[in-house]
Design a protein around this ligand. Structure first.
Ligand code: NAI
Length: 270
């Protein structure tokens, strides 16, 4: 390891179990010398798996619903007390769509669910950064990463309202990167990750076939959760101080591929 995050303090949202992308990021950030708190909902904490990560990374767990301002206030206040200073990095690895959970097709979405999707998966980033700003909880040159998916730019059959949530999330990344950059040279970026077998990913119907499709379309193959964690660590490190307001594709080349030979061959030999 390279000590890329030595002395840096962070908050990691969204580790649910060992498949979670945030789980892998926590493990890698710990290896690179960071200290951080882990946070998730009461429901996620009741499942109990996060305790193992807390022990292996020597980090405290603070319960917070990312949509509730009081929870976020408490999270930032407690984190600074526990870690002994302001925050250098934040991972927003949170997403949930009740419409997807309930298998509602795009043209039959429930609008209360829809608003919940946007609140949890997109607006929450603004709430997190608003709280950090109000409490002056971020250090100069802090780095914020939110995880997103290419459905923000292109339509996929069963991603329904998460597509809109990701488009909004990426817009909040740009706007908050602008304002926080001017304020304290804080950088804000999103990483657009390959489909990855996690609890959230598997909630999208036909996900296994979709992972195979993306794998065969991408010159480098799908990016794994571990590889995503590597990328997050680089983005939290001092090696990327001038990268901000970007949507960074971490997808093995999927986003710029029209069609691959492997996929074309399924329709007849080239
Ligand atoms: P995951 O299911 O392990 O993580 C999602 C997390 O969001 C869970 O820990 C869950 O408890 C948390 N969460 C849900 N509602 C919350 C709330 N109200 N307050 C706080 N936390 C809440 O799945 P995964 O895949 O690791 O997801 C992490 C991020 O990566 C999400 O933003 C997801 O959309 C994104 N992503 C995932 C891809 C995939 O194929 N798995 C591909 C591209 C992006």
């Amino acid at each position: 390891m390279y000590n890329l995050l030595k002395g840096k303090r962070g908050i990691i949202f969204g580790a649910l179990n060992s498949n979670s992308i945030a789980w892998k990021v926590a493990e890698r950030a710990h290896q690179e010398g960071a200290t951080f708190t882990l946070t998730n909902t009461a429901l996620a904490l009741r499942l109990g798996e996060l305790n193992a990560l807390s022990e292996s990374t020597n980090s405290k767990i603070i319960e917070a619903d990312v949509t509730v301002m009081e929870d976020l206030h408490n999270l930032f206040t407690q984190t600074q007390e526990i870690l002994g200073g302001k925050i250098d990095f934040i991972l927003h690895s949170v997403g949930m769509s009740p419409n997807i959970r309930k298998n509602r097709p795009y043209m039959e979405m429930d609008y209360n669910f829809y608003q919940k999707t946007l609140d949890i998966s997109a607006l929450s980033l603004h709430k997190v950064l608003h709280t950090a700003y109000k409490l002056d909880a971020l250090n100069d040159e802090a780095s914020v990463i939110a995880l997103t998916y290419i459905a923000a730019q292109r339509t996929f059959p069963d991603y329904t309202d998460m597509a809109e949530a990701k488009a909004m999330l990426e817009s909040i990344v740009r706007s908050s990167g602008f304002h926080l950059g001017n304020h304290k040279k804080v950088r804000v970026n999103s990483i657009s990750q390959s489909p990855t077998a996690t609890t959230a990913g598997n909630g999208v119907s036909g996900f296994d076939a979709f992972i195979d499709y993306a794998e065969q379309m991408s010159p480098l193959g799908n990016a794994s959760a571990d590889e995503c964690a590597d990328y997050c660590v680089v983005m939290f490190s001092d090696l990327t101080k001038k990268v901000t307001m970007q949507n960074l594709f971490h997808d093995g080349g999927f986003s710029n591929t029209g069609v691959s030979k492997t996929v074309m061959n399924k329709f007849g030999e080239l």
